[in-house]
Design a protein around this ligand. Structure first.
Ligand code: ZN
Length: 239
């Protein structure tokens, strides 16, 4: 269990905070409190800086091991244990990833609702992403229909809510059974649920915007046929 309190899970809009260095070394820097998303669930880690005593340490990666390690740029100065630092997450990258990640939830919800297809994989970069679906055949107009339905959900401004539920209760929700039963380790007592009211619910540790209206326009740029029942949709998030 990591010693770092994960501020980004409490407040997805937080970009700056104060913290104390618990340890620093070749593996990275461990803080008592951090809003750096360490990557996971297809969302890449945050970038940013630590400021301490007039020194700036640029953070280019963050990852979960025994602890949550912040990885400095090559030859970056390491703040010693006990140092008070000001942490800042690079807003442009994180906000783009939150919009992209939330856009994938919209896509996932639309494709399940309108075509009954389940997600089998996905990946994202800031403002572009792909999602794989188990879909036997692609009906005529599929790309255009999915894009129109996604943008209708963006315009609808559906709230994107976060809540924590006891494991048994979370896995009583049919949508969660559909997407995540085998993904959450057995020793996890509470499950974080991301809920786009009426469209999509998932067990999820990532960061998201507060409403579908904050995603921006979703372009479905390509539908690829990767083999029997295996379709890959590529999207771009526009302003
Ligand atoms: Zn998510």
């Amino acid at each position: 269990m990591s010693k770092t309190h994960r501020l980004e899970l409490d407040d997805q809009t937080l970009r700056e905070w104060d913290a104390v260095v618990l340890s620093s070394g070749p593996e990275g820097i461990v803080l008592d409190r951090s809003a750096f998303y360490p990557g996971g669930g297809g969302q890449p880690p945050d970038h940013g800086v630590l400021l301490w005593g007039g020194v700036q340490t640029r953070i280019v990666d963050a990852r979960k091991g025994d602890d949550l390690y912040l990885v400095p740029a090559e030859d970056g100065p390491l703040p010693p244990a006990g140092t008070t630092v000001r942490g800042a997450v690079e807003d442009e990258r994180r906000t783009a990833l939150m919009r992209t990640h939330s856009g994938l939830h919209v896509l996932c919800g639309v494709v399940f609702r309108d075509f009954g297809a389940l997600v089998t994989g996905g990946n994202m970069e800031p403002l572009s992403a792909r999602m794989d679906f188990n879909l036997e055949s692609v009906p005529p107009g599929f790309r255009e229909d999915v894009e129109a339905a996604c943008n209708a959900e963006v315009l609808a401004g559906r709230p994107i809510m976060v809540r924590e539920l006891p494991r048994a209760e979370a896995f009583g929700i049919p949508d969660i059974i559909r997407t995540a039963t085998n993904l959450v380790p057995e020793d996890v007592a509470t499950v974080r649920i991301i809920d786009i009211a009426g469209l999509d619910q998932q067990a999820d540790g990532g960061t998201h915007v507060a409403s579908t209206s904050q995603v921006g326009r979703i372009s479905v740029v390509k539908v690829e046929n990767k083999g029997k029942g295996f379709r890959r949709l590529r999207i771009r998030i526009e302003d």
